[in-house]
Design a protein around this ligand. Sequence first.
Ligand code: UDP
Length: 413
Amino acid sequence: MTSLLDAYAQVAGGDSIRHLQQLSEPLQGMKVVHVNSTRLGGGVAEILTKLVPLTRELGIDAHWEVITGDEDFFHCTKSMHNALQGMAADIPARLLDKYVEINARNAEELRSTLEEADFVFIHDPQPAALLHFCPDRKGTWVWRCHIDASRPYLPVWKFLRQYIRHYDASIFSLAKFSQSLPHAQYIIPPSIDPLSDKNIDLSREELQKISKNYQLEEKHPLLVQVSRFDRFKDPIGVIRAYQMAKRFMPSLYLILAGGEATDDPEGAEVLGEVREAAAGDDSIQILLLPPDAHRIVNGLQRMADIVIQKSTREGFGLTVTEGMWKGKPVIGGNAGGIAQQVIDHQTGYLVNSPEGAALRIRYLLHNPGKLEEISIKAKDFVRENFLLTRQLREHLTLIVGMLHGARDRIVLG
Ligand code: UDP
């Protein structure tokens, strides 16, 4: 086993790596190309950074190509992103023309790679029109949507759909995000990378340092919510739940950690409301962290007794996965992908109100046995379902499945 595969075997289990090797046996030497629009920043880039090298380790000739564009193009694709998530974003014809033109130009540059590839995964709307400009493609093309497209703004979806409908298949993160399309749709939920700074084990010294920097020594029990300051993440509801629970547990402490909100007017407004709600309570700490503070977020999640994610709407909720992976019971809002991860009473608690959250906080802190049981189940559940290795397994299964058409039984090596 190579050192990278070995590193994943240590955290995900040897069986999961052997499974990957078995699935990749019939795919040896096959050329698989992923295309997105950025190498840095955002969840897609984060996934591809590890998924592609891991695929290569398995003997598959995997590549990652990035399209380039100008300001107008990215302005247009940002509007497409918002529109797929339901915003009524009307895009001027001039920008739509630019979208097509930039896709044509990138297709020109990537043509030989793309047309020769056995499998092409096109991520999100930005490069979706590439297929149209690769008429001599020999491989299978799959459109991978990472966005909550459950209720797209129709004029923009109709525009994109004219390109997407020609793919051989598409992948969505959750069943409810899928769309009416004339091809097979696969559901592959997101995952976390257990070896990234956000999720890797931290030494006792590093944890102590973080604890000291944020004056968290002796702050116990500790509740932590890590989120952008966004109303759907319900930070005010978290403060209310904490205040109710604190009546029965006076030493309770709360951290709300989020990003700097200066470039997001709504974020700044929500942050103001949060500060007001927390005013006068020095057991609530509001932390503004830079976007690359992965090890600090990691440390805060590890120091928590309970991780909260009280969202009232949520796409998937990676902070839930991250908390569970650290063996924390998560009290999560009963919304979106949170309900896929938090199995009520088993891997955490689902709540619908601050009162419900307060009740679960009290219950967990008074029942260390239950807390321990949930922590173990939560970590196992993530290991089984939401690590990068599972996402790769599903990609490989999809490739093997599509190569074999509709055959009922596929015998691997
Ligand atoms: N995150 C972070 N710093 C912050 C807030 C969030 O690093 O101040 C990370 C968090 O750890 C998670 C991601 O951003 O990895 C948020 O993903 P999630 O699916 O929970 O919510 P989204 O922000 O995409 O709605």
